[in-house]
Design a protein around this ligand. Sequence first.
Ligand SMILES: Nc1nc2c(ncn2[C@@H]2O[C@H](COP(=O)(O)OP(=O)(O)OP(=O)(O)O)[C@@H](O)[C@H]2O)c(=O)[nH]1
Ligand SMILES: [Mg+2]
Length: 274
Amino acid sequence: MSQFNHKGGQSSTLGRRIHHRVSLLRRCILRALQRFLVCSGKKPGANATYSMLPPRAALPSPLPPLESTVESAPPPLFHTHELDTDLVSLKISLLGDCQIGKTSFLVKYVGNEKEQGGEQRKGVNQMDKTLVVGGARISYCLWEVQGDGKSEDQIPMACKDSVAILIMFDLTSRCTLNSVLGWYKEARKWNQTAIPVLIGTKFDDFIQLPIDMQWTIASEARTYAKALNATLFFSSATYNINVNKIFKFITAKLFDLPWTVERNLNVGEPIIDF
Ligand SMILES: Nc1nc2c(ncn2[C@@H]2O[C@H](COP(=O)(O)OP(=O)(O)OP(=O)(O)O)[C@@H](O)[C@H]2O)c(=O)[nH]1
Ligand SMILES: [Mg+2]
């Protein structure tokens, strides 16, 4: 009997120990579960369900304004690739007279990716460049309308659904500046919402001109920019002046990012006016 009692005492001690360990383990599991739910944004509760974390959850989180703009923006502007949900596709079109440096500008920006994305359609030159901005991947689809304007459908093809329209002219050729209004009107027939940007190319050649001529062309360009309600940039593809900055400006404006260009109105320097 005493043996039985002794055994009974031993088994109840063992039982208490097991119960203690089980409740300890239970508490640990509950704590881990609560932490998980807090991290995934859900309140712990009887009906809480688990959700699989997306595979890219380990990536740095995108800049908040960028994400919120992508979600709240009207659908035709930002395209996410069906198989690539974190890739935002932005179409940008380039227009302007022949031989003003549109292709050179694109090639300077796209760089080595030209080989992958380069595509030639009738009257339109298309290149792609992908960048990572604040954790989100942005694919710029750049459509250049060839300056001869021979094919009727090339302007609608390039301008429809684009988020920005770059109207370009050669800073050393006044007649190409006078054409910008015509290009702008034509582009607006197909797209009324795209951000307009006016770009004077070949700044490196322009600064070789007499200073009074530079001043005249610069003030005329500023007048056109105001008429188009566009931001004005002087650039040079050859010397990589204001090429990347223009795309950065467009991206910041589209996604309301905290980055702004500085105005530069000094004659002899690459002008930026808005
Ligand atoms: N000095 C100077 N020359 C440039 C610059 N960009 C382009 N060019 C020259 O301008 C000429 C025309 O350049 P493209 O880039 O082919 O011009 P485009 O506007 O694409 O011409 P089209 O497609 O035929 O309408 C070439 O000889 C280029 O080398 C620049 O920034 N500075
Ligand atoms: Mg070209």
